[in-house]
Design a protein. Structure first.
Lengths: 264, 795
């Protein structure tokens, strides 16, 4: 990797100040995406702002009918959290299937959500559960937050502080992993929420997206069979040496069906 | 007196002596070694598959902080070519095309990863920073990324003067006899297949440290090698012109090789040569990305074959036409892999009376291809065992029955095949029967029905395989084009008080030699395993050696030790006769004790050894003092391990995912020294075989870019991809080596791919599937199911 300056602020305010002062500085939490990019010299930040010393970014707590997860919560913490398991078991299950043990003990929800890798797990949960992204400046609805491959509504220097998940009536997640990288080839997170049924598809396309036809079908009848006949249009989906867009489109239906079955 | 316990000798599952340091992180691998004053090399590699280098400007790089030197092909052009160790001849008797393989590119790059320049700096980071400052101008040329592209009219020329990019066009067998067999056949079954290209991926990336002592002129190379003496010979004699006496090659702990660390690589010559130029040690360690684009790859055959059968399903003849990808340059053993390690195996375990095989080796703009665990034998076995299953399906004969009808019977040994090899022993019916029983083949239909209730497609498949290993008789391989002998060397040094050091030319990089060889010596000399130390991997310590590959270490290296121990015992008997005032003919030796036959007069090995080193009462006029013997053992034949592998798979029809749910291996590896180590070797080989069958695939695009150039795109098997592998052995002894051993390192990787693929095809038989190419990935399987029954896409 190239040389960079290293800062370890202890407050959100200090972190934001450092990030705002230097447009080439990058925040780092678990580093599970950024560190490999640095090692491959694909990224050349002037400074890394290590968020791990900021206590305000930590913690998982229930607030009424919401679950609030601090940006620094590691995947392993979410997977094993009694609060998460009780409130949104599908979210705990999802976190427990991210990467491998090493990744889950370093990677954080804030890092994953703000990176918005199309093949990451969390964005599907955030979108399907109609979560709210809390930053140091504002609150952003999930529908407005994810803006395509590795792109979000975060402004330069803006820091993701927490994710607020409304507790759904039911939720389920299923995915097919890329056999080599074990990132998501195609996944579906389905949720019956106060704002209606929501279905988010990850892995298959250039960014996480909602599947309106499946949402409609599940709103009418919450059952695996309701989505079994709905075909995802392969147009615009990803195709590579691991599978064509048509294969991924097929998997979307299979995973949606399985996610509904998992939700019960 | 030391008495070996029955739990330590041949046949005991002694825990591995080397594991204490390996499992506690105290192994000493090449990159763990740091020499005083050491500098670091970073190699700038080609981003293009095929390009002319129009200019290289290294001035800016040379001026960067910490940079000691920058070298390009212009600096090394006067040095030798990276040599090839095996010469194949064309059908017309002319030698193969053998273009120069430079240490650093000379005006042209021929594959992504080809080495263009080397920067040597005070730190690795500085070397890497400076490499980015080297300005290389390329004129990108069209690439011959596949064998098909390389042979098309007007194809890009990988090497000047190599017509049609053909390295050789070779054949074996009597074509006229073969044609006649096909003309008389009741049935001919034909089949085409690609044996997928693999990237070996040893856990430890390659590394090398070159060192030069200007006061003595001595060079030392520390390297991740499976055969340090061979590297000394190849690099010293052919590339750098350093005499053996001035070049020491050390291959310390090595973390896996699977063949990829047999070869002499440019980086070894670069660091050794640069150390001489700079007068400082120079270290290079591959990053994983470099491993993908610079370690020799494996397999990559395209084959058409036909099997002629009579009306009863007896095989009458086999005809094979194979194209083998050599990559951009000839790696050390590359030419022999698709010829003498492949075509000679096409008889398998069957009595096929005539076999004709043609092999065309093709240069392409890809990483060189060479031996990878099994090397030619997995390709032959896959072909044959798929072909036999297809023949069974198309003749309506049960796939087990058709094998039985064609097995070489037990009374036919020694059995001469039509493709040069003479098998010494085997019992193919016994290994098949044992495997069928262990896998409960008879109960499979019940399991298939139960899986169907769960929505899964279950299939079972077997392969009855054979391989040739324990390479090799030197005169035989010499006549076939090998440029080296393939004997092995062992020294047994009995110390004054009876402990033993073994020096072996074999090299352990995961095989557990320090344990197996110690057991062998313990068993023979009657000392404990703890008293035996095995030294390997250093040309300054071990007299000579040919290294470890082709499952040869025990069959050839172990036999050399036996021969050396025979000399120890013979000398010991003379000393014992002197000490006990008896005739040499009356001295017996058993398990550490010399005895005057028929008496209770004995001397222990330690007493004899002490007398040999402190020769106060010693036949000094007739015998030299000391008790150390060296033997060179040249095998009389190859060894022929074989057996039966059975795989059972379940396919998820919704996703196309294949899971191997059961795997049974019954192997005849000859006499087993350490069953635990054999089990581990078989399991590791099976893991790699399942990897080839279901997961691993090295993919280049049409421009020669390596698409599967990292672990994110090249799929190695993980624990969850593998079943518990049931391993059993059924022994017939090798008849021509003193241990009766055959070798076990490659059987897993050879026997398993066709067993898995036969099971996959069986699982999909209701879809009318005849054949599926490896790897059987989920989209491939889904495509078959989807094409057959589009309506079920989302059922």
């Amino acid at each position: 990797m190239y040389d960079f300056a290293y800062h370890k602020p202890t407050s959100i305010a200090d972190a934001v100040k450092l990030l705002s002062a230097d447009p080439d500085a990058r925040p780092i939490s678990g580093g599970q995406t950024l560190l490999p990019a640095l090692k491959h010299r694909l990224n050349k930040p002037s400074a890394l702002i290590d968020l791990s010393g900021i206590a305000e970014l930590r913690g998982i707590r229930r607030e009424g009918d919401k679950l609030v997860i601090g940006a620094l919560a590691k995947h392993e913490e979410v997977a094993n959290s009694a609060e998460v398991k009780a409130a949104i078991p599908a979210l705990a299950t999802l976190a427990g299937t991210i990467g491998d043990t090493q990744v889950r003990n370093r990677g954080t929800i804030g890092g994953s959500v703000s990176n918005n890798d199309p093949a990451a797990d969390y964005p599907a949960a955030v979108l399907a559960l109609d979560a709210t992204i809390v930053t140091d400046k504002r609150r952003i609805a999930a529908d407005d937050f994810f803006q395509g491959m590795f792109t979000t509504a975060l402004e330069p220097g803006e820091l993701l502080v927490a994710v607020e998940f409304p507790i759904p009536e039911k939720a389920g997640y299923a995915k097919m992993r890329n056999p080599a990288s074990r990132y998501v080839m195609a996944g579906a997170f389905v949720a019956k929420t106060k704002s209606g049924v929501r279905v988010a598809i990850n892995g298959a396309g250039p960014g996480v997206f909602r599947q309106a036809e499946m949402e409609k079908a599940l709103a009418a009848s919450w059952s695996p069979d309701a989505v079994a006949g709905i075909k995802q249009d392969p147009e615009g989906l990803n195709g590579d040496i691991h599978g064509s867009a048509e294969y991924r489109a097929h998997l979307v239906t299979v995973m949606a069906k399985r996610a509904v079955a998992a939700a019960g | 007196m030391n008495v070996v316990t029955p739990f330590e000798g041949i046949g005991a599952s002694v825990k591995r002596k080397e594991d204490l340091r390996f499992l506690s992180g105290r192994g000493q691998y090449t990159d763990d070694i740091n020499r005083p004053g050491q500098a670091y090399a970073y190699i700038l590699r080609s981003p293009h598959a095929h390009a002319k280098i129009t200019s290289i400007d290294t001035a800016a790089a040379a001026a960067m902080p910490g940079v000691l030197a920058v070298f390009t092909g212009a600096d090394t052009a006067a040095l030798g070519s990276i040599p090839c160790g095996w010469q194949i001849h064309n059908k017309d008797g002319s030698p193969m095309a053998e273009p120069r393989h430079p240490m650093l590119a000379e005006g042209k790059v021929r594959h992504v990863g080809d080495q263009v320049a080397v920067v040597i700096a005070e730190s690795r980071a500085q070397a890497k920073d400076a490499a980015e400052a080297i300005a290389v101008e390329y004129e990108v040329l069209p690439a011959a990324a596949t064998m098909e592209a390389a042979q098309a009219p007007g194809a890009p020329q990988v090497h000047e003067g190599v017509a049609g990019n053909i390295c050789y066009d070779w054949h074996i067998g009597d074509k006229a006899v073969n044609d006649a067999a096909f003309a008389a056949a009741a049935k001919v079954v034909t089949f085409e297949t690609t044996n997928n290209r693999l990237v070996p991926n040893a856990m430890e990336p390659r590394a090398a440290i070159g060192e030069y002592d200007a006061t003595t002129g001595d060079y030392t190379l520390y390297t991740t090698s499976q055969n340090p003496h061979v590297i000394r010979l190849l690099m010293g004699a052919f590339v750098l012109q350093i005499p053996e006496s001035k070049l020491r090659v050390v291959a310390p702990d090595v973390g896996g090789g699977f063949g990829s660390k047999i070869y002499h690589y440019a980086e070894e010559a670069i660091v050794t040569w640069a150390a001489g130029k700079l007068g400082r040690p120079v270290k290079w360690t591959a990053e994983r990305t470099e491993s993908f684009m610079s370690d020799a790859h494996g397999r990559d055959h395209v084959t058409k074959c036909s099997l002629a059968l009579d009306a009863n399903g007896k095989f009458l003849g086999l005809r094979v036409h194979t194209q083998a990808n050599m990559g951009a340059y000839l790696s050390t053993f590359a030419p022999c892999v698709p010829t003498y390690l492949y075509a000679t195996l096409l008889a398998g375990v069957y009595t096929t009376p005539t076999i004709y095989c043609e092999v065309k080796a093709v240069f392409t703009n890809t990483v060189p291809v060479d031996a990878y665990r099994g090397a030619g034998r997995p390709e032959a076995t896959y072909l044959l065992e798929r072909l036999v299953d297809i023949a069974a399906a198309e003749t309506g004969i049960d796939r087990i029955e058709i094998r039985r009808r064609n097995f070489i019977p037990n009374d036919a040994f020694p059995y001469q095949t039509p493709v040069a090899l003479q098998y010494d022993s085997g019992d193919y019916t016994a290994t098949l029967d044992a495997a069928l029983k262990a896998a409960d083949w008879a109960g499979f239909e019940g399991r298939r029905a139960e899986a169907a209730k769960r929505g899964k497609l279950r299939g079972i498949g077997c392969s009855t395989y054979l391989e040739a290993c324990g390479i090799a008789p030197s005169a035989v391989v010499g006549s076939l084009g090998a440029r080296a002998g393939l004997y092995e060397v062992g020294t047994i040094r009995v110390h004054p008080t009876g402990s033993v050091t073994v020096l072996t030319g074999a090299h352990s990089h995961g095989q557990g030699h320090e344990t197996t060889f110690a057991q062998l010596v313990a068993d023979r000399l009657g000392v404990s395993v703890a008293q035996v130390d095995v030294v390997h991997g250093d040309t300054a310590k071990v007299p000579f050696g040919m290294g470890t590959y082709g499952s040869r270490s025990l069959a050839v290296g172990g036999s050399a030790m036996v021969k050396a121990m025979d000399k120890i015992v013979a000398k010991g008997k003379k000393i014992a006769a002197h000490l006990m005032e008896a005739s040499v003919e009356d001295i017996e030796f058993e398990r550490g004790t010399f005895r005057v036959a028929g008496t209770d007069r004995t001397k222990s090995l330690a007493e004899i050894s002490l007398a040999a080193y402190v020769p106060h009462n010693y036949p000094i006029e007739e015998l030299e003092p000391g008790l150390e013997e060296t033997a060179f053992y040249d095998p009389k034949n190859f060894t022929y391990p074989g057996g039966c592998h059975i795989a059972e798979v379940e396919i998820d029809p919704d996703t196309g995912h294949v899971q191997v749910v059961n795997f049974t291996a019954v192997d005849d590896v000859g006499r087993v020294i350490n069953p635990m180590i054999v089990e581990g070797q078989v399991q590791g080989g099976v893991a790699q075989g399942i990897g080839q069958a279901l997961l691993e695939n090295c993919v280049y695009d049409a421009s020669g870019q390596l698409l599967s150039g990292s672990m994110a795109d090249y799929c190695l098997p993980r624990a969850e991809d593998l079943p518990a592998v049931g391993v059993a052995t059924h022994t017939t002894l090798c008849t021509h080596n003193p241990l009766g051993v055959k070798g076990c390192g490659e059987v897993g990787a050879i026997g398993s791919p066709p067993a898995v693929m036969n099971a996959v095809v069986d699982a999909l038989k209701s879809y009318g599937v005849r054949h599926i190419e490896m790897p059987a990935t989920p989209p491939k399987i889904w495509g078959i199911i989807h094409a057959a029954r589009p309506a079920m896409a989302a059922e």
